[in-house]
Design a protein around this ligand. Sequence first.
Ligand code: NI
Length: 183
Amino acid sequence: MAILKIARMGHPVLLRKCEPVADPGAPDIRRLVADMMETMEDAPGVGLAAPQVFQPLRLFVFRVPGGRATSDKDDTQQPNTVLINPTVELLGEERELGWEGCLSIPDLRAAVPRAKRVRYRGVDCDGQVIEREASGFHARVVQHEYDHLDGILYPMRMTDFRYFGFNEELNRATAAAQAAAQS
Ligand code: NI
């Protein structure tokens, strides 16, 4: 296993439409998935798509840590998961703003509108079908990672650039607002 180098915004690999994976069980794909899981955990991040490690293939890994899950039944903790050749279907018209970061856009985060509910489907390296409905943070992570496979980065989804900033500044502003609210 290995920690992989992560492409940063501006590198053309992040703007490509990725190619389907011909054989999800091939040894090189299994190795790539294992390395991507390790790279995601090391970063640390909650998702990583193949183009972010310079492989323009339709696969991504993700997880939902316990601390990010909400009370919704489709927004529960998810272990490290790979989705190969995935599809994502938006369910309903409801959209919500939520904060997102990206390992290819270090130190920044933004509020991005996403569908509240989705259904996703893909296979793992053993060809097992993974099909789930997701909401909230779980749905957001999957939509963000899926976008990478079509060359879309979260700033391209933004509607209000006031909610875009450096983590350090946003954390400071949040702490100041909380202190003011408590005094
Ligand atoms: Ni990303």
